[in-house]
Design a protein around this ligand. Structure first.
Ligand code: AMP
Ligand code: ZN
Length: 112
């Protein structure tokens, strides 16, 4: 399996790292949609949110523990948005579970 985000986590493909711990890797989105646009991924490969279950959900908790730490480091003192796209209808393009952290300006109220 050749997964872009697994390759980024392993350092085989360069990224702008903003945070890392034993379970989580976070880096800047290559095509930012806001002044701060960070992707947060579990180090263990899961294709998408639809694969989360009771046996593997701890990695999601680790991601959500990292989010306030990253948000603080990025200066997001006035709030932010966390997004996960899942599958075809969710317009997920990279098949390694990831959460978008967006902020640094007032974001649109609606996301059609
Ligand atoms: P999604 O549509 O939720 O699958 O989002 C995938 C995101 O990955 C998009 O926002 C892309 O801009 C971003 N992306 C794709 N390739 C890279 C890369 N090599 N480094 C950083 N971000 C990337
Ligand atoms: Zn992967």
């Amino acid at each position: 399996m050749d997964c872009l985000f697994c390759n980024i986590i392993e350092g085989k493909i360069p990224s702008q790292k903003v945070y890392e711990n034993e379970f989580v890797y976070a880096f800047r989105d290559i095509n930012p949609m806001a002044p701060v646009h960070v992707l947060i991924v579990p180090k263990t490969h899961l294709a998408c949110a639809d694969e989360i279950n009771a046996d593997n959900s701890a990695c999601v908790a680790k991601i959500f523990e990292a989010i306030p730490v990253i948000a603080k480091a990025e200066g997001l003192t006035n709030g932010y948005r966390v997004i996960n796209n899942c599958g075809e209808d969710g317009c997920q393009t990279i098949k390694h579970l990831h959460f978008h952290l967006l902020g640094g300006r007032k974001l649109p109220e609606t996301m059609a």
